[in-house]
Design a protein around this ligand. Structure first.
Ligand SMILES: C[S@@+](CC[C@H](N)C(=O)[O-])C[C@H]1O[C@@H](n2cnc3c(N)ncnc32)[C@H](O)[C@@H]1O
Length: 209
């Protein structure tokens, strides 16, 4: 398994997954699919172009690329995306668009990158329900879609920044940003410097509160 769920992450996950149908997108060898079932998911749909072959009565496996998967008309209760490839994955965002909750696990600091800018633009335009930063990888749990981007977590800043950051640098930038949220121009300048200026629109509105 690539993604690592820390004790703290395992503690908060159940409130978002117990009794839900979960889609494990890019499920790989199915390690997380099984862990999520063990943690209380009602069932798991595991999607991967090359999925593992282990079986479970509550697990359905779809072999294929994301853009070959029919987007479920009823939507997806919870999507789980752990350590996605660091390039555009056609079809993944269409599945996330119909998901009520999106759980992301990955690392974008210290030489690792999981996901691409489009994925983080999507995540930062969803309500932040929970966030567990960790040097190994961070957990980000997002709810409903927002009209404007919200302030980014350190992991999202690192992912959207033009060049690689350390975990501590990303945390520092996020702290600086929080300190500037009530000073619109400074916050906007910081975001522009970080190459994540698509948040500026959101900041403008935060500044008006
Ligand atoms: C780095 S692995 C992560 C696996 C698992 N989520 C984990 O955390 O251990 C990325 C997975 O995404 C799958 N994948 C990559 N591109 C894909 C695509 N376009 N459609 C479906 N699966 C894809 C790969 O086959 C691989 O299993």
């Amino acid at each position: 398994m690539f993604g690592h769920l820390t004790r703290k992450m395992k503690k908060i996950l159940p409130q978002y997954i117990v009794g839900k149908e979960l889609w494990d997108l890019g499920a790989g060898k199915l390690g997380h699919s099984f862990a999520l079932l063990k943690a209380g998911a009602a069932s798991v749909v595991a999607v991967d172009k090359d999925p593992g072959t282990k079986k479970h009565p509550l697990l359905r496996t779809i072999r294929g690329y994301f853009d070959q998967v029919a987007v479920p008309e009823k939507g997806i209760e919870v999507a789980f995306v752990s350590w996605p490839s660091n390039h555009h994955l056609p079809g993944l965002l269409a599945l996330l668009e119909v998901s009520q909750v999106v759980i992301y696990l990955g690392s974008n600091t210290d030489g690792t990158s999981c996901g691409w800018s489009g994925l983080f633009r999507h995540l930062t335009r969803r309500e932040l329900l929970a966030h567990v930063p960790d040097k190994l990888n961070s957990l980000i749990i997002c709810g409903g879609q927002l009209q404007r981007a919200r302030p980014p977590t350190p992991e999202e800043i690192a992912a959207l920044h033009g060049s690689m950051m350390s975990f501590d640098q990303a945390r520092e930038k996020a702290e600086q940003l929080v300190g500037k949220l009530d000073r619109r121009e400074k916050a906007t300048k910081l975001l522009t410097d970080l190459c994540v200026d698509h948040f500026s629109e959101g900041i403008k509105h935060l500044g008006r509160r």
